[in-house]
Design a protein around this ligand. Structure first.
Ligand code: ADP
Ligand code: MG
Length: 467
């Protein structure tokens, strides 16, 4: 025992073993796929006192890891190196060395600085993600009108005839990107303007909360006070009549006072069956623009740009192969590059044609499992634990309900791309720290109780099966 402790200490004396020890802890908490994609490519660089420095393949990688696994990484590093431990990141990125032979990812290190959000000018969160800009939005035939209208609105919000701007199109074609880019651009151009972005399901959740807490007026006034209201995926208002009714009034107030309204949807207004006719007709007052799947040239251009952003070197032949085989969804194009990035940084291999082929095939298989959403997760968790689904948003401290809620939060974090904020909102408007707390709690139950770990696996299987 004694010896083991000593050797334990010895083991974590250098960066390689320290990171190895962290990886062991991380591995217990994530799926194999997640582990391989996001953790194996991270390379330990040095251990200085209690500060472990690791190298991350790209800025994008860092942002992803930070958003999705921050709590987990912190926890494992503290467990390995103690409370004083610190993890610092280095990003391996050097766009100039495209000639580097092996260098799919090059070694010129630069210290990454945590991205600091600019101080908010207003007392509310705009919810805009600064990653979405016009700059990194590639123009193509399929998005020409939408892009042009978006630009015009950003220069003159509320002052063009494009009010509302109604964007529609299939999954992963850039609707969210474009409408958030408008928001970001307006914030830049007109810092005093109040801009808010949210999806219509979050809007609904907040509305329901406001009813429960007797704050409907406050809720409604808040949105009426905006200069720019951006609502994503408006089709989720279908079937929610009370929310539609309130939204109708907010829409009218904003439109009358020439405030900009921007909406996105998976179909054109007239096809939104089940949506109030008054809303459908208003949605057509301004400009309705569709986004079509990108043609081959645009797909190649998008891949080229993304590869560059991730600091990857990929031959044109391979980019064309990917562009020829992933045709209807830009998110999948992006996903394909990320997978390639993960496998080459893992084995420091070159991106070969075979690897690209294999990855494209995996993406097609993934397509099936990518439909997991928070609703499905909640439903399966509640069923499995025998808790009524409508209780999960309540303020109750009943043990079994708290557990179900925490588990559903934990799995939402693991299995969906939703942010902590979104997850919190889905579970009765709780804030992101509650979600982190839930994830940590589940983590620790798992470690203490093996059978609980098994239950989680069962639930996870069920979720994947029902999606
Ligand atoms: P949607 O909301 O239509 O489902 P998103 O806006 O989420 O799609 O886009 C999916 C991914 O593809 C995002 O990461 C986005 O940045 C990227 N993307 C979409 N269109 C473009 C484009 N024209 N240029 C560059 N990236 C794009
Ligand atoms: Mg979207």
């Amino acid at each position: 025992m004694e010896e083991l402790e000593i050797s334990d200490k010895l083991i974590i004396d250098d960066h390689i073993s320290a990171w190895k020890a962290c990886l062991l802890k991380i591995k217990e908490n994530v799926s194999m796929m997640t582990y391989n994609t996001w953790f194996l490519p991270i390379k330990p660089v040095e251990l200085n006192n209690l500060s472990l420095k690791v190298q991350i393949p790209s800025q994008f990688f860092w942002e992803w890891i930070d958003e999705h696994f921050n709590a987990l990484i912190n926890k494992s590093i503290t467990e390995v190196l103690g409370n004083e431990a610190k993890l610092t990141y280095i990003i391996a990125e050097d766009k100039s060395s495209t000639e580097d032979k092996e260098g799919l990812i090059t070694n010129n290190l630069s210290l990454s600085t945590p991205i600091e959000k600019p101080k908010p000018k207003h007392s509310f969160e705009s919810n805009l993600n600064t990653r979405y800009t016009f700059d990194n939005f590639i123009k193509g035939e399929g998005n020409q009108l939408a892009r042009a209208a978006a630009g015009a609105i950003s220069d003159n919000p509320g002052g063009t005839s494009f009010n509302p701007l109604f964007l529609y199109g299939g999954v992963g074609l850039g609707k969210t990107h474009l409408i958030q880019a408008i928001g970001n651009q307006i914030v830049n151009n007109f810092p005093e303007k109040k801009v808010i972005y949210l999806s219509s399901d979050i809007f609904t959740v907040e509305f329901v909360e406001s009813i429960q807490s007797n704050k409907v007026n406050e809720f409604s006034n808040f949105y009426r006070s905006m200069d720019v209201l951006i609502i994503d995926d408006i089709q989720f208002l279908i079937g929610k009549e009370k929310t539609q009714d309130l939204f109708f009034h907010i829409f009218n107030t904003l439109h009358q006072s020439r405030k900009q309204i921007i909406l996105s949807s998976d179909k054109p207004p007239k096809d939104l069956k089940g949506l109030d006719e008054r809303l459908i007709s208003r949605f057509q007052w301004g400009l309705t623009a569709d986004i079509q799947p990108p043609e081959l040239e645009t797909r190649i251009a998008i891949l080229k740009r993304k590869a560059e952003t991730y600091g990857m070197v990929v031959s044109n032949e391979i980019l064309e192969y990917i562009a020829n085989n992933i045709t209807s969804n830009i998110r999948e194009l992006e996903g394909c590059l990320i997978k390639l990035l993960a496998s080459v940084s893992l084995n420091s291999k070159e991106i070969t044609f075979e690897l690209a082929k294999k990855t494209v095939k995996e993406i097609a298989t993934d397509r099936k499992t990518n439909n997991i959403n928070i609703e499905t997760i909640t439903k399966v968790v509640c069923e499995h634990l025998g808790v009524a689904e409508n209780k999960i948003r309540d303020k109750t401290r009943k043990k079994e309900i708290v557990l179900a809620r925490q588990l559903a939060m934990f799995l939402s974090k693991e299995l969906t791309l939703s942010s902590l904020k979104t997850i919190g909102l889905h579970f009765g408007g709780r804030d992101h720290s509650t979600v982190i707390h839930a994830c940590n709690a589940i983590d620790s139950y798992k470690t203490k109780d093996v059978s609980f770990g098994r239950i989680i696996e069962e639930i996870r299987d069920k979720i994947e099966f029902s999606s």
